[in-house]
Design a protein around this ligand. Structure first.
Ligand code: RB5
Length: 140
């Protein structure tokens, strides 16, 4: 399995650490791009840092903030990034199958850790379907 990147602001710091632990337990390679303390910081700094990495390495990444919304707004400003803010497992599966989502956004203050980890597992393991969906994402 390919390497993944993860980043958060202070609002997503705890959930980010839980996701890292969860993925490491499954031997999935994950690089933490910060933040590294729970001190207040600005989510766009981390969204941009992660998106540059994902674009440069053609990999995928996970962004966590309080709601998941700020991170998704910032990430989707990057051409080539298809960031999906997911609060349920159906969306996590469909956004991989149909949108080839390369960034998953989660909100620590919205989605409990148990559900968030299920969303991560599904999003990581689901492959893009291609075909007519490739034509559609090329039109974005
Ligand atoms: C930080 O308080 C909070 O605004 C941030 O984590 C995120 O929810 C922004 O969308």
């Amino acid at each position: 399995m390919t390497k993944f990147y993860i980043a958060s602001d202070h609002g997503g710091f705890r959930l980010k650490n839980e996701i890292i632990e969860h993925l490491k337990e499954q031997d999935i390679e994950i690089e933490d791009l910060g933040c590294y303390t729970s001190e207040s910081c600005d989510y766009p700094d981390y969204a941009h840092k992660l998106c540059y990495k994902v674009l440069e390495t053609k990999s995928r990444g996970i962004l966590v903030c309080g709601t998941g919304i700020g991170m998704s707004i910032a990430a989707n400003r990057h051409i080539g990034i298809r960031a999906s803010h997911c609060t349920d497992t159906f969306s996590a599966r469909m956004t991989r199958l149909h949108n080839d989502s390369n960034v998953l956004c989660l909100g620590e203050r919205i989605t409990g850790a148990g559900l968030a980890l299920d969303i991560v597992d599904i999003w990581i393991r689901t492959e893009f379907e291609g075909g007519r969906h490739l034509r559609r994402i090329e039109k974005i």
